[in-house]
Design a binder for this molecule. Structure first.
Ligand SMILES: Cc1ncc(C[n+]2csc(CCOP(=O)(O)OP(=O)(O)O)c2C)c(N)n1
Ligand SMILES: [Mg+2]
Length: 532
C-alpha cells in the first residue's frame, strides 16, 4: 500500500470520486493510474473548477473535491473560493507542492507559504508534516469542511508523498452537519415571536441549504407573517410566488430599515444581519422594530450590528419553533409582493430586460433551475421568474462575478448524477459571462443541456447605476463593445445564436430545451438603471 492507494480508498469511502481540476506536474503523482471508478472533470481555468465544484456540492449535498496546480492554480481559483466560503460550501481544495527534497531551495513551481496563500477564505489550511499523514489530513479536511459553518478547506501535498509506502488503511470517521440551538434560548425567541403584533420573517440561504424549504413555509403560514428574502441571496429559501412573500428586503442600511418599518419584530433565519451592498446611510432598524437572528455561523452572529442572536441549524431551529410559537390566526395577512409586470405595447428594439423575462416566464418549464449573474436585472428576475421550489436558484455568495457560468455546469452534472432532469438556465450578463467563459467547453464536453441566456447590453450596466449613486462621473472601463459572445461559445463547442426579438428568443429557447448539449443564446438588451 502507498499513500496514494490508501488515500484513494479513503476518498472512495467518503464518496469523493469526482475530482474537479486542472492538472500540472506537481499533481501528476496524485493523478497517475487514475482509478476507473473515479471521474476527473477538467476545467480549463481554475476559477471554473471551484465554481463547478461549489454547486456540485450544493446539489449533491455532500463535500466536493478540487485539485489545482500549485500556487498558480490556487491563485486563479481565489475569487470563486471567496464565494464558496461566503456560501458555506464544503469543498476540499488540494494542490500539489514541489518535491520535499527541493523545497528548501525555492525550486520552480514551489508553493511558498502554501498554507497562507488561500487564507482567509478557507476554514483550515494544511500541508502534511509527513507523507504518511496525507490520508489523515484528507479525513480531517473532510470533517472540517462539513461541520457547521461548512466551507472550503485546503491541503497542499508535496508531489513525492503519493508513492510513499503506508501500512494500514485510513481511519474513516463521521461528523455532524447540524448543531441544534440552545433549547432555553429558543423558547425565549419563540415567546417574543408569539408576542409580536406584526412579525417579519427574513429567510436567508442557510434555510434552503439545510433542507428547510418546507419548514419555512410551515412557520410563515402558522405565524401568518410577512416573509422577505434576505439581501443578495445566493439561494432562495421560500417560494417567491407565495401570498406571504413580500419580495427582497433591500441591499442598503436605509432600504432595509425603510422596508422593516411597521414590523415590531424582524426574525432573520439563516442569514447575515445584513448582507449590505450600496452605502446608503440610515438607521440600522426603524424605531420600534426589534430583531432576532438565528444562524449556524458564529462569525455571522458576532458580526450582526443589531439584534439578539441564537446559534443553530436553520432547519432544526424552524422545526422547533413550529412547535413553540402560538398560531398567528389573529394577525392580518400581509399584502403580497407587487408584480406590476409592465410591458410596452409595442415590442422594444433592443428588448428591455422585462421583455426578455416575460418570454422566459412563458417558456421555462416547471422545476427549472436558474443560476443568476445578470447583475442589473435582479429585481425583474424575482418579479417575472420567481423561485418556486427548493434548490432551484443559485447565485454567487460573494459578489464576485465569473461564478455563475461554471456554477451552471456543476448543477447540471450533479443533477445528471442524481438522475434528476431539470432545465438549468444560466441567466448571465455580457460582462459576467467573460470571466470563466472556458467552462462552456466543460459543459460541451459533458454534453450538459444547459441553456445560457446572455443579456448583451454592451456594458457593465450596474456599475453605471453605481456611478450615479456614488456621484462618480466619468469612470472609465464600463463599456463592452466588440465582443462576439456567440462566436466564442461556438469556439468552446456550444451551439450559440444571437437573437434580437421576443419571437427569436422564444424559438431558440424552445430549441435549446430539446437539445442534448449546451446552448448559448445571446439576446441583445437595453441597458437599464439597476435598483440599488
Ligand atoms: C471578479 C469581479 N470583478 C469585477 C467586479 C465588479 N463588477 C460588479 S458588477 C460588474 C458588471 C457586470 O456586468 P454585466 O454582467 O454585463 O451585467 P449588467 O450590470 O450589465 O447587467 C462588475 C464588473 C466583480 N463583482 N467581480
Ligand atoms: Mg452588461
Amino acid at each position: 500500500m502507498t499513500v496514494r492507494s490508501v488515500t484513494y480508498d479513503l476518498l472512495r469511502s467518503l464518496g469523493l470520486t469526482t475530482v474537479f481540476g486542472n492538472p500540472g506536474s506537481t499533481e501528476q503523482t496524485f493523478l497517475q493510474e487514475f482509478p476507473d471508478d473515479f471521474r476527473y472533470v477538467l476545467a480549463l481555468q481554475e476559477a471554473s473548477a471551484i465554481a463547478m465544484a461549489d454547486t456540485f456540492a450544493q446539489v449533491t449535498r455532500r463535500p466536493a473535491l478540487v485539485n489545482l496546480h500549485s500556487s498558480a492554480g490556487v491563485g486563479n481559483a481565489m475569487g470563486n473560493l471567496v464565494a464558496a466560503y461566503k456560501g458555506n460550501t464544503p469543498l476540499i481544495v488540494t494542490s500539489g507542492q514541489q518535491h520535499r527534497e527541493l523545497v528548501i531551495g525555492d525550486p520552480y513551481l514551489a508553493n511558498r507559504e502554501a498554507t497562507i496563500m488561500p487564507q482567509p477564505w478557507v476554514k483550515w489550511s494544511y500541508e502534511p508534516a509527513r507523507a504518511q499523514d496525507v490520508p489523515e489530513a484528507f479525513m480531517r479536511a473532510y470533517a472540517a469542511a462539513l461541520q457547521p459553518p461548512a466551507g472550503p478547506v485546503y491541503l497542499s501535498i508535496p508531489l513525492d508523498d503519493w508513492n510513499h509506502p503506508l501500512s494500514g488503511p485510513a481511519i474513516v470517521r463521521t461528523v455532524s452537519g447540524r448543531v441544534a440551538p440552545d433549547a432555553e434560548r429558543l423558547r425565549l425567541f419563540a415567546d417574543r415571536i408569539s408576542a409580536s403584533r406584526r412579525p417579519a420573517l427574513v429567510f436567508g440561504p442557510e434555510v434552503d441549504r439545510a433542507g428547510g424549504w418546507d419548514s419555512a413555509i410551515a412557520l410563515a403560514e402558522k405565524l401568518r407573517a410577512a416573509v422577505y428574502g434576505a439581501p443578495l441571496l445566493d439561494r432562495a429559501s421560500f417560494p417567491e410566488d407565495h401570498p406571504l412573500f413580500r419580495g427582497p428586503l433591500g441591499m442598503s442600511v436605509k432600504s432595509i430599515s425603510d422596508r422593516l418599518a411597521g414590523h415590531d419584530l424582524a426574525v432573520v433565519i439563516g442569514a447575515e444581519v445584513f448582507r449590505y451592498y450600496p452605502y446608503v446611510p440610515g438607521d440600522l432598524l426603524p424605531a420600534g422594530t426589534e430583531l432576532l437572528q438565528i444562524t449556524a455561523d458564529p462569525a455571522a452572529a458576532a458580526a450582526a450590528r443589531v439584534g439578539d442572536s441564537l446559534l443553530g441549524d436553520a432547519k432544526t431551529a424552524i422545526d422547533a419553533l413550529l412547535d413553540l410559537v402560538e398560531p398567528g390566526s389573529g394577525r392580518t395577512a400581509p399584502e403580497p409582493m407587487a408584480r406590476p409586470r409592465l410591458l410596452p405595447d409595442v415590442e422594444s428594439s433592443p428588448l428591455t430586460p422585462p421583455e426578455v423575462y416575460a418570454v422566459l416566464s412563458r417558456v421555462r418549464r416547471p422545476g427549472s433551475v436558474i443560476v443568476n449573474e445578470s447583475t442589473s436585472t435582479m429585481a425583474q428576475q424575482i418579479e417575472w421568474l420567481p423561485t418556486v421550489s427548493t434548490g432551484s436558484f443559485f447565485a454567487t455568495a460573494s459578489g464576485g462575478i465569473g461564478w455563475a457560468l461554471p456554477a451552471a455546469v456543476g448543477v447540471a452534472l450533479a443533477d445528471r448524477d442524481r438522475g434528476v432532469s431539470r432545465t438549468v438556465i444560466g441567466l448571465i450578463g455580457d460582462g459576467s459571462s467573460q470571466y470563466s467563459v472556458q467552462a462552456l467547453w466543460t459543459a460541451a464536453q459533458h454534453r450538459l443541456p444547459i441553456v445560457y441566456v446572455i443579456m448583451r447590453n454592451y456594458e457593465y450596466s450596474i456599475l453605471k447605476s453605481f456611478a450615479v449613486l456614488e456621484k462618480t462621473p466619468r469612470v472609465p472601463g464600463l463599456d463592452l463593445p466588440g465582443l462576439d459572445i456567440a462566436a466564442m461559445a461556438r469556439g468552446w463547442g456550444c451551439r450559440a445564436i444571437d437573437v434580437q426579438t421576443a419571437d427569436g428568443l422564444e424559438r431558440e429557447f424552445n430549441a435549446a430545451l430539446g437539445a442534448d448539449s449546451p446552448t448559448v443564446i445571446v439576446v441583445q438588451t437595453q441597458p437599464q438603471a439597476a435598483m440599488l
